[in-house]
Design a protein around this ligand. Structure first.
Ligand code: PRX
Length: 651
């Protein structure tokens, strides 16, 4: 990023919200009155919203049960079905003919799926899963490209109470195997392949490879024919999705499930160990997916076409490509392909062709498209856009201004939304027709969300940077780490005696109380808005037979936000002429272990890594070296001082 964090913090521009009396939250007064309703009567406000916004089969008897905190339970004794709320309910209200999904493939093919037809597909898929013996509580892995069948599979799971775990299609067979084994899934739903940059990338062969070792729990594989590439089908195990669905009835009664019935597990990286399975449950997640669609994106289901560019393999894709828009009866746009294919105008062409009115993407994509030049957006009619959002990483003011002026043509409010896999939905964000915005700030917590910046003792700090915490539970909060209660407590509730949820981010509040997110304070990297644990990449590197030790840090990157820099010691000595080949081999190895998104940008070899006398790797020093900055760490405690020069020289 060309702007430093200091310059972002000195940003003083303010943009007043435009007035829109029709907006779901139409003024600062309305925002404030909702916030005070929560502070005066927290539970009664959630009760009101849950009753107004969800369709219940059995009403709940208790709003929030804190007896086993931090294992909170919301809307106890209530029963409902998520797919019923996302489909049947809108059809019953007369919106069956509305497009639920508009999908476009990379080659330009388009599918428009109405609520009626989506319900029929979801029911067939649910019935097909039942025929395969899948029952409520069983885990189902979804490893798919960005096609409607991914959403259909997710909704079908929710219809019968199966717990889905979507694995991003670019994760390696090894990463897929880890997730299958951790969830103990009985069924995997995949496709033959997906389309990317005019070619096909294989998915089914990756599943075959993942299942070739361990994964004893998997009984069946449902395979969507999509890319048309040759694949082998194991007749004992694999079933063609379309054939399986064709023989099923197009109605399946939605199962009335407990509010707290687990809905999905989504793996995300932390600072230690393997990625953890973040568990979300039904009612609270659904409520917040719907409310944030209505509040942050001001969704008007009858008229908006909403496009969130995230893949369903990430939380943003779960909440804002699938569940949020459908929970409101809106139209969600899905695109399978590369944003710059066949040219950097592709996203803007899709916005024009499908009359996208609310558009949501990551700062990385914005920065890449700025580089491509204004001629690309200028070629397309962006007049349908009325609101723009960003997510996943801090947005630098320069990119924010470009987004506002060039894409939004000065007309569209920008919502910079801060949240996490664990929070299920937005926590801190402007409300587009209520909040004045400042480029680079996520502004204020949403109503009902008690966010604060505190010091290590949990005391609120103003002006200075501190740790971002959430002080009250919220309905869409994670319910735990799959199979590891202790890890849930240790990761999120350890720091402030269990009183506050610790997000892992640093932040600062300015004189107006606005939040400025400063990035992770733990060993988690944010590369192109994707979260990666340094330890995960280090473990992948040391699993290569020639590696003795590895340390991974981030360094600033213009487009990606952060780049991955690995410092490696090898078992054998290599000279400079061999370094490039060795680095290429290690990159390929990390791709095989995790996936291409974790591939280090830089690999530097040295005889030793810089360690203190007590044997701790000096990460701050490595971060300075990686960024080419002056060294600010005290290196007097460094055991072998010559290693610093060696690492500075190494490439
Ligand atoms: O560091 C914060 C950053 O992304 C992290 C969460 O990553 P993940 O669980 O993968 O979810 C990403 C999409 C919700 C956070 O801890 N982050 C997310 N949104 C923002 C952000 N950093 C700054 N500004 C944001 N708007």
């Amino acid at each position: 990023m060309s702007e430093t964090i200091e310059s972002i913090l000195e940003e003083h521009r303010i943009f007043e919200p435009s007035s829109n009396h029709q907006a779901n939250i139409a003024s600062m007064e309305q925002y404030k009155s909702l916030c005070s309703e929560f502070s005066n009567n927290f539970e009664a406000t959630w009760e009101r919203l849950a009753n107004e916004h969800l369709s219940w089969k059995t009403p709940f008897s208790q709003v929030l049960n804190q007896q086993q905190a931090p294992f909170f339970r919301w809307f106890e004794d209530g029963k409902l079905n998520l797919s019923d709320n996302c489909l049947d309910r809108h059809i019953a209200a007369g919106s069956g003919e509305r497009n639920a999904i508009i999908w476009e493939g990379e080659a330009g093919e388009v599918r428009r799926i109405s609520y009626h037809s989506l319900l029929a597909d979801v029911c067939r898929a649910a019935n097909a899963m039942r025929t395969l013996g899948i029952e409520a509580g069983d885990r189902v892995i979804i490893y798919m490209p960005m096609i409607p069948e991914a959403a259909i599979a997710m909704l079908a799971c929710s219809r019968i109470g199966a717990i889905h775990s979507v694995v991003f299609g670019a994760f390696s067979p090894q990463a897929l195997r880890d997730r299958i084994e951790d969830t103990g899934a009985r069924l995997v739903i995949t496709a033959d392949g997906g389309g990317r940059r005019g070619t096909t990338h294989a998915l089914k062969p990756n599943v075959d490879e993942a299942l070739s070792e361990g994964c004893q729990s998997v009984e069946r594989l449902l395979v969507v024919r999509h890319a048309g590439n040759d694949i082998e089908m194991n007749s004992q195990r694999d079933i063609n999705w379309h054939e399986a669905l064709n023989t099923e009835a197009d109605y399946c009664e939605p199962l009335a499930l407990d509010s707290e019935h687990p809905l999905f597990i989504l793996y995300t990286s932390g600072s230690t160990g393997k990625p953890k399975g973040i568990l979300h449950s039904t009612a609270g997640y659904l409520l917040w997916a719907r409310l944030t669609m209505l509040w942050t994106f001001d969704l008007q289901p009858e008229s908006d076409a909403f496009w969130c560019t995230a893949d369903v393999g990430w939380i943003t894709g779960h909440t804002y490509s699938v569940y949020g828009p459908l929970a409101c009866g809106g139209t969600t746009v899905m695109y399978e392909g590369v944003p710059t294919y066949p040219d950097p105008g592709r996203l803007w062409k899709i916005c024009a062709d499908h009359h996208v009115s609310v558009f949501y993407t990551a700062p990385t994509a914005i920065r890449a498209l700025i580089k491509a030049g204004n001629e690309w957006p200028n070629r397309h009619d962006l007049s349908h856009l009325r609101l723009l959002g960003t997510v996943g990483e801090p947005i630098n003011p320069e990119a924010w201004m470009w987004y506002r002026n060039v894409i939004g043509q000065g007309r569209c409010p920008i919502v910079d939304t801060w949240w996490q896999t664990e929070t299920g939905g937005h926590m801190i964000s402007p409300l587009p027709f209520a909040t004045s915005t400042k480029p680079g700030s996520a502004t204020l917590p949403l109503p009902g969300i008690d966010a604060a910046v505190v010091n290590e003792n949990g005391e609120e700090v103003s002006g200075d940077g501190g740790l971002l915490v959430l002080r009250k539970p919220w309905p869409s909060m994670l319910r735990g780490v799959w199979g590891d209660d202790q890890r849930y407590i240790d990761t999120y509730w350890h720091n402030f005696d269990g009183r506050y949820y610790f997000a892992g981010d640093g932040a600062r509040r300015d004189e107006d109380g606005y939040f400025w997110i400063m990035g992770r304070v733990d060993d988690v990297l944010n590369v192109s808005g994707h979260r990666l644990g340094t330890m995960e990449i280090e473990s992948a590197l040391v699993s290569h037979p020639s590696v003795t030790e590895a340390a991974v840090v981030g360094r600033p990157h213009d487009i990606k936000g952060e780049a991955i820099c690995a410092f490696v010691t090898l078992k054998v000595e290599i000279d400079d002429s061999q370094a490039e080949a060795a680095a290429a081999e290690l990159r390929a190895h990390v791709t095989k272990e995790i996936g291409a998104i974790a591939k280090p940008d830089d690999i530097r070899f040295a005889n030793n890594l810089p360690k203190t006398r007590s044997g701790k790797i000096m990460r701050r020093l490595l971060r300075d070296i990686a960024a080419g900055r002056e060294i600010t760490s005290d290196i007097s405690t460094l055991e072998d001082q010559s290693v610093v020069q060696q690492l500075q020289r190494a490439r």
